[in-house]
Design a protein around this ligand. Structure first.
Ligand code: TEU
Length: 594
C-alpha cells in the first residue's frame, strides 16, 4: 500500500515536471523582445526623386520637408533615407566625398536638421544610409592616400604596387572592364574597388580607419539619427594577402553568385561588426540594418543573433534575385519564377529567424525594378489589385516591413527604349561592356525594361500636372507618363485607391501584434497560385490568403483550419464559407481564425 502511494506521488511529480518544462519551453519560444525597429513600418525615400523644391530637377531635403504631412498620413513609423552626403554622384550618392556634409544639390546641414526635427515632431524615426565599404575617390582620405606611398592615409585603402605585376583578379560590379583593380600612375600602384573606379574600397583591416568611421557614426547618432542601413556591410573585410582566386575555384566553394559570396566571406568580418557594436551601436537605441549582399541562409544568423551583439536585422537577396538567367546583366529567364519557389524562399528565410535574430521584408528598393511590375502585374486590369496584394504580403509577414516610395500608389516600371534615357552607372557601364564585347545589345535593352534599377528611381508621382508635380524644372530622369493616372492626388480622393488600401493595411498591422510578432506557418506549399499562411501569437491567429494569379481560384482550406471574420480584403465582396474561399484575380483576404 505504502509503495503504491509513493509510486502515485512520484508519477504525479514526473508528469507535473514535464508539463512545467513544456510550459517553460513554450514560454521561452513565445517570449518576445519588443523593439521599435521590429514593429515600425519603414518607408524608403530616394531623395533625388521624391520632391524638388528649387526647380533644378533634382529632389532635395526641402522637398521632403514640404511633404512631411503626407509622410505622416501614410501611417509609417520610420524613414530610411538613401545617401544625402556630399558626393560627386557617380552612383547617386553611394560615392561619398564627405561623410559629415550634405550634398549641395540636396541642401544644407540646417535643412537636414529641420528635416530630422520635423520627423521627430511627428513621431517618425530617421534611419540614414551608411556607405563604408568604399568612399568616393574625391574623399580627402583617398586624395591623400593616392598622393604618395608614404602618406599617412595610404593604408586607408587597398593598394597593390605595380612592381609586383598584375594584381589578382577581383570582379568589379560596375567597372566597364569588369575588373576591380585600377592603375593609378601617381604612385605606380593599383587600388581596389568592388564597385566603380570612383568608389575605392576602404581598408577595414586598418584600425585607424575603423576608429574614424566609428567617430563619424557617433556624430550622426549624437545629432539624433535613429539608425543606419549599412550598404554592402558584408563586403568590408578583405584578405589583405590578396590571394589569386579563379572563378572556377570560387564556384566549387560557393556555387552560384561566386563573387558576392566570396566578398561576403572576408576574414574578421564578424570581429569588425562586434567591435562596431561595442564602440558605437550598443551605446544608442538605434536600428542597425545590414545590407546582406552575398549572405546565405546558412550564415545569416551570425549577423543578427542577439547573443553575438553585431547587427539587429538585415536584407537578404534571395527573394529579389529569383528568376534571373545565369550570366549576369540582370536578364530574366523567360520562364520567370514560380510562386512555389517564391514561397519556399520567404518561408526558409522566415524560419532562420523564427527564434533568434530578426528579418526584413521588401519587394522593391532603389536597386530593384518597381515591385508591381516585377512581382505583380502592371497591366491596367490587374494593376490595382496586384499592387494591393504585394502591400498585403509585405505588411503581413514576420520581419520589419519596408515600403519603397511610390509603392503606396503602385508606381510601375518606366521601360526605357533607349540607353540614352538611363542615368544609372550600372546599366550604362553594362551596356558599354556588352558593346565592347561586340554583343547585340537589343536583347539586353529589352530585358532591362523589366529589371534595371532606374525603373525604380523615376520621380514620385504627386499629381497629373507637368512632371507629376515633382519639379518645375527639367527632371534629372524622365517622369513616367502614366502619372496622369497613377498619382497621389487622384488616389487621396478615391476611397477605393491603392493608397487608401495601404492606409487600411498599415492600420491592421498596427492593431494586431500577431502580424508583427506572431509565428508564421505556410499552408499548401505546392499550390501554384495561392500563397497562404497562418500567423499565431498566443490566442490570436490570423490567416492570410493571397491569389498571385489572373485566375479566379477556389481555395479549399487545409483540414482543421476554419475561417473566422474577414479583417481586410482588396475586393468588396468575398465568397467564403468556413472551409473554402473563392479568390478573384490578385485578391487578398486576411481572416481571424476560429
Ligand atoms: O548595393 C549593393 C549591391 O549588392 C548591388 O550590387 C546591388 O545588388 C545591385 O545594384 C543590384 O543590381 C548597394 C546600394 O544599394 C547600391 O545602390 C549601390 O550602387 C552599391 O551598394 C554600391 O554602393
Amino acid at each position: 500500500m505504502y509503495k503504491i502511494v509513493v509510486a502515485i506521488i512520484l508519477g504525479y511529480m514526473v508528469i507535473s515536471c514535464k508539463l512545467n518544462s513544456a510550459e517553460n519551453s513554450n514560454d521561452s519560444k513565445s517570449e518576445i523582445q519588443r523593439e521599435w525597429w521590429k514593429e515600425g513600418v519603414v518607408y524608403q525615400i530616394y531623395p533625388r526623386s521624391f520632391k524638388d523644391s528649387d526647380g533644378n530637377g533634382v529632389g532635395d531635403l526641402r522637398g521632403i520637408i514640404s511633404k512631411l504631412d503626407y509622410i505622416k498620413s501614410l501611417g509609417i513609423d520610420i524613414i530610411w533615407l538613401n545617401p544625402v552626403y556630399k558626393s560627386p554622384n557617380t552612383d547617386n550618392g553611394y560615392d561619398i566625398s564627405d561623410y559629415e556634409a550634405i550634398m549641395e544639390e540636396f541642401g544644407t546641414m540646417a535643412d537636414f536638421d529641420e528635416l530630422l526635427e520635423g520627423l521627430h515632431n511627428r513621431g517618425i524615426k530617421l534611419v540614414m544610409d551608411l556607405v563604408v565599404n568604399h568612399s568616393s575617390d574625391e574623399h580627402r582620405w583617398f586624395q591623400e592616400s593616392r598622393s604618395a606611398r608614404n602618406n599617412s592615409y595610404r593604408n586607408f585603402y587597398h593598394w597593390w604596387p605595380a612592381e609586383k605585376g598584375e594584381p589578382p583578379y577581383r570582379r568589379s560590379f560596375f567597372d566597364v572592364t569588369g575588373k576591380a583593380w585600377t592603375y593609378d600612375k601617381t604612385t605606380n600602384a593599383y587600388y581596389l574597388h568592388y564597385f566603380s573606379r570612383k568608389q575605392p574600397d576602404l581598408k577595414w583591416e586598418n584600425p585607424e580607419l575603423r576608429r574614424a568611421i566609428y567617430k563619424m557614426m557617433r556624430n550622426w547618432f549624437d545629432k539624433g539619427v535613429d539608425g543606419f542601413r549599412m550598404d554592402v556591410i558584408s563586403f568590408i573585410a578583405k584578405d589583405t594577402t590578396y590571394p589569386r582566386v579563379t572563378e572556377e575555384e570560387l564556384k566549387e566553394i560557393y556555387g552560384d553568385d561566386t563573387w558576392g559570396r566570396y566578398y561576403a566571406d572576408g576574414p574578421n568580418l564578424h570581429a569588425y561588426l562586434r567591435e562596431m557594436n561595442e564602440e558605437v551601436l550598443s551605446q544608442y537605441d538605434v536600428m542597425a540594418l545590414g545590407e546582406g549582399a552575398g549572405v546565405t541562409i546558412d550564415n545569416a544568423l551570425k549577423f543578427v543573433d542577439e547573443d553575438r551583439k553585431e547587427l539587429d536585422l538585415f536584407f537578404h537577396f534571395d527573394g529579389v534575385s529569383l528568376g534571373y538567367s545565369p550570366g549576369g546583366y540582370k536578364q530574366l529567364d523567360p520562364e520567370g519564377w514560380s510562386l512555389t519557389e517564391f514561397k519556399d524562399i520567404y518561408t526558409r528565410w522566415n524560419d532562420v529567424f523564427a527564434e533568434k535574430g530578426w528579418g526584413s521584408i521588401y519587394l522593391g528598393n532603389h536597386d530593384q525594378p518597381r515591385m508591381v511590375s516585377r512581382w505583380g502585374n502592371d497591366a491596367p486590369e490587374y494593376h490595382n489589385k496586384s499592387a494591393e496584394l504585394l502591400q498585403t504580403f509585405i505588411l503581413s509577414m514576420r520581419g520589419t516591413a519596408f515600403i519603397y516610395y511610390g509603392d503606396e500608389i503602385g508606381m510601375t516600371n518606366i521601360r526605357f527604349d533607349n540607353i540614352e534615357d538611363y542615368r544609372d552607372i550600372e546599366t550604362i557601364n553594362w551596356y558599354k561592356q556588352l558593346k565592347n564585347m561586340g554583343k547585340n545589345t537589343d536583347k539586353y535593352i529589352e530585358g532591362w525594361k523589366l529589371s534595371a534599377r532606374d525603373n525604380g528611381r523615376t520621380p514620385m508621382q504627386w499629381n497629373n500636372s507637368l512632371n507629376a508635380g515633382f519639379t518645375s524644372g527639367i527632371p534629372w530622369i524622365k517622369v513616367n507618363s502614366n502619372h496622369k493616372k497613377i498619382n497621389v492626388a487622384a488616389q487621396e480622393n478615391d476611397s477605393g485607391s491603392i493608397l487608401n488600401y495601404f492606409h487600411k493595411m498599415i492600420q491592421l498591422r498596427k492593431n494586431n501584434p500577431v502580424l508583427v510578432y506572431g509565428s508564421y506557418e505556410l499552408l499548401s506549399p505546392d499550390h501554384p497560385q495561392i500563397y497562404a499562411y497562418v500567423r499565431t501569437l498566443g490566442e490570436s491567429k490570423m490567416l492570410v490568403v493571397l491569389n498571385f494569379s489572373t485566375e479566379e481560384i477556389e481555395y479549399q482550406l487545409p483540414v482543421g483550419i476554419k475561417t473566422g471574420s474577414v479583417e481586410i480584403s482588396n475586393y468588396d465582396v468575398t465568397d467564403v464559407n468556413e472551409e473554402r474561399v473563392v479568390l478573384k484575380p490578385y485578391q487578398t483576404v486576411i481572416f481571424t481564425l476560429k
